[in-house]
Write a protein that binds this ligand. Structure first.
Ligand code: FAD
Length: 709
């Protein structure tokens, strides 16, 4: 790989917020090659627990059976093993950054497998250092091997679904009572509008939060604070309202920017974390036209599909699986009609409205059964084949959602994804241009994205977080509501801060551990959320390799794909009969890197991000620049998550605590997360910062409706 290409790839890595795992001469990081004796650690850095030989020798030998089902003095303890050492994680479970539910999936098991798949544990030495303090024994060498070999992803998924199903039973009850609570909230709000004091009193009597009236759910009014008590109108440091934002992804940035612009100029303070790492999130990329190629080699479905081209050319899967494409089209049309009915899109005043992800879950749309009926079930009901679902639908959208399990997607999503990333391209959903392939083919080869992305994004990020008291790499351990209504935030370094409002902008399970007294309702919601890795923690779409080895693409399609496909997906049947979905992100075409953006297509270097390489394929190691892991990055757009998301309104604002982030919106993406941050900031009292943009504001209000605040 030449220096320029490596430089470009490094830029892409940085843009994506990814770590290099092939260490440079001075990196000094421990990785797989460095330490063959470590167990676990996966494609990222290994978790090496700093225990010296003397300490290890002093630990008592414990039988594996004690770890698996603790008894005697260990009865009731939560034990795990890693590299032959036994750890007691009972107390730590409540502080596990990923949430207790996730840690519970590993109890009694060896952690090596989890560290392989949740490589975040190896990114810093935190996990290893915490573990060191929890060592209570060691296994015999034989037991250590049995423990490691006896833990795999299937077990993890089974256990995870055990915990999820417990939460789901509860969330069904919550969701079923949602219409009643929504009516109650509306009545109390109406009373509050007529007689505010009576509204506030009633709001205290109902078990759910009433926006604007329940304690803490009132907006912060700057004027309340904009005085030093002497009537001078000066802001003093003590009485300025403070908002803590926990989680510094794009959602946290959304809250930060609106809060600082809208409430009190430069005097609002917040705590944010990890901004630099996640700054990439700000660069919402807009595809100018989807160009995606797929070469399929599965029995019964041999052919290719150029997804941007509606023409059933020779060898196209549109011919091979014609009937299924027709069924899918009918399903999408049916879903579109039903959704339009519930969302009034037939009404004259809505005819020109652009489709919205939020519509389906607001107002009468809430009553639409297709919110919870999966698209897959409709497709199957109408006679669609499993083969088409596996080799056409799943691979096409896996490339967008990085999840191999798309069966839970609700049917309302069908028309929406067709409008954005069509499998059935037409004049409306694609910009069609002639190409040598066909006169309807989409010949667009680049994305519109932040030019000079690296620098541009960092600049945008800097602006979004201006005037914020930024605490990077700081884990918040605890949020406690004080008798005076303030929230006390404690971080891992024992720093304490009292604030007026808290906005959680981090993954759902983590919230549960930080906000320990969130209550039954909130905890039910946090525990229900299902993420892509809950289905396949070890499959290829959780792990990525960034490289410039174009030979991974079938020679027959290589040139065409490298020039103009945003993704290349190859589906093959594995020797065990299962189907593998290999996905290459073509960053040569999509690239956001400075310099690369302006290069003519035929001069762009090969830049690929590979997931799930097919059997027998490999990437030239010399052309690899790093790896990535997407665990906890993608909450699924499923009926369960929709139920949790809609129920969240019942606790939004309780005691002045709000929740935004991708799991509070349908599906997940940069712009929705960002908007959820703005919605929370608005609920706190900030102004919407893009007043002049009518379409954007429409979306803002739609998401407000959906979030119920
Ligand atoms: C590879 C990949 C490609 C993607 N491509 C696209 C795309 O093309 N278009 C698109 O729209 N979306 C895309 N997405 C999805 C999008 O990136 C996410 O939906 C979005 O970034 C989520 O932002 P968020 O702020 O809600 O959450 P996150 O970015 O997950 O932020 C949560 C933050 O909370 C922090 N946190 C967790 N626990 C604590 C704690 N205890 N204390 C303090 N902080 C804590 C975390 O460190 C993190 O910074 C992609 C995602 C991935 C992984």
């Amino acid at each position: 790989m030449d220096d320029d290409t490596r430089g470009y790839l490094d830029e892409v890595m940085e843009y994506l917020g990814l770590k290099r795992t092939s260490p440079g001469p001075d990196d000094g990081v421990v990785n797989e090659e460095d330490d063959d004796e470590c167990v676990g650690g996966g494609p990222g850095n290994r978790v090496v627990v700093p225990l010296d030989d003397e300490t290890v020798d002093s630990l008592p030998i414990l039988p594996l059976s004690i770890v698996r089902s603790p008894e005697g003095e260990y009865k009731g303890r939560l034990l795990v093993s890693h590299g032959g050492i036994v750890y007691d994680v009972t107390e730590f479970a409540d502080n596990h950054p990923g949430g207790k539910d996730l840690l519970m999936t590993s109890v009694g098991l060896d952690l090596g497998h989890f560290f392989d798949n949740y490589t975040v544990h190896g990114n810093t030495d935190k996990a290893a250092t915490w573990l060191a303090g929890m060592a209570i024994g060691r296994l015999t060498e034989e037991d250590a091997i049995i423990a490691r070999n006896g833990t795999d992803s299937v077990m993890h998924v089974e256990r995870r679904h055990f915990w999820l199903s417990k939460a789901r039973r509860r969330v069904v009850f919550v969701a079923a009572t949602l219409p009643m609570w929504m009516t109650v909230r509306s009545c109390v709000r109406f009373v509050g509008w007529l007689v505010p004091s009576l509204g506030r009193m009633l709001a205290r009597l109902v078990p759910v939060v009433v926006p604007g009236l329940s304690q803490g759910a009132e907006p912060l009014l700057v004027n309340d604070y904009n005085t030093d008590g002497e009537g001078s109108g000066m802001i003093s440091d003590e009485n300025v309202p403070t908002v803590a934002i926990i989680g510094g992804g794009i959602a946290g940035c959304g809250t930060a920017v609106a809060a600082t612009i809208g409430i009190s100029g430069d005097s609002l303070r917040g705590t944010c974390r990890d901004f630099r790492q996640r700054a990439r999130s700000i660069g919402t990329s807009e595809m100018d036209g989807p160009s995606r190629a797929a070469a399929r080699k599965v029995p019964g479905a041999v052919g290719t599909l150029w997804a941007a081209d509606p023409t059933p050319y020779d060898g196209s899967l549109r011919n091979v699986l014609k009937k299924d494409f027709e069924i899918y089209e009918k399903v999408v049309r049916f879903s579109d009609k039903v959704c339009n009915l519930f969302t009034f899109r037939w009404a004259p005043w809505r005819r020109n409205d652009t489709p919205s992800m939020y519509d389906a879950h607001t107002n009468l749309g809430l009553l639409n059964p297709l919110n919870v009926v999966p698209l897959y079930s409709l497709y199957k009901l109408m006679g669609g084949s499993e083969l088409w679902w596996q080799v056409v639908f799943t691979p096409h959208y896996t490339a967008s959602f990085l999840v191999d399990e798309l069966r839970p997607f609700p049917a309302v999503f069908g028309p929406l994804i067709e409008a954005q990333i069509p499998l059935l391209p037409n004049e409306e959903n694609t910009r069609s241009f002639a190409s040598s392939r066909s006169d309807k083919d989409c010949n667009i080869t680049t994305c519109q994205t932040w030019k000079d992305a690296g620098k541009g994004i960092r600049e945008v990020f800097r602006m979004l977080t201006e005037d914020i008291d930024l605490r990077e790499n700081t884990r918040i351990l605890n949020v406690e509501v004080l008798p005076n209504g303030k929230k006390r935030i404690r971080d891992e370094y024992d720093n304490v801060m009292d604030v007026d409002r808290v906005v959680f902008a981090c993954p759902a399970n983590a919230v549960g551990n930080i906000h320990k007294r969130a209550g039954w309702l909130a905890n039910t919601i946090f525990s229900t959320l299902v993420y892509a890795d809950d289905h396949h923690p070890d499959s290829g779409h959780m792990h990525a390799v960034i490289h410039s080895d174009g030979s991974v693409i079938d020679e027959r399609y290589r040139d065409d794909c490298l020039k103009r496909a945003s993704n290349i997906v190859e589906i093959t049947e594995k020797s065990d009969g299962t189907i593998n979905i290999e996905n290459q992100y073509n960053f040569g075409v999509q690239t956001p890197g400075p310099g690369v953006y302006d290069l003519p297509l035929d001069e762009k270097p090969v830049m690929l991000i590979s997931h799930a390489l097919g059997e027998g394929k490999s990437i030239n190691e010399k052309l690899v620049v790093g790896t990535a892991n997407h665990a906890r990055a993608h909450p699924l757009y499923s009926g369960w998550n929709v139920m949790a998301m809609l129920s969240l309104r019942l606790v939004q604002g309780r005691d002045g605590i709000y929740y935004c982030s991708n799991w509070t919106t349908p599906g997940n993406c940069h712009d929705m997360s960002f908007l959820s941050g703005l919605v929370c900031a608005h609920a706190i009292g900030a102004k919407y910062p893009f007043e002049g943009d009518r379409e954007a504001k429409k979306d803002f209000h739609r998401l407000r409706d959906l979030m119920g605040i």
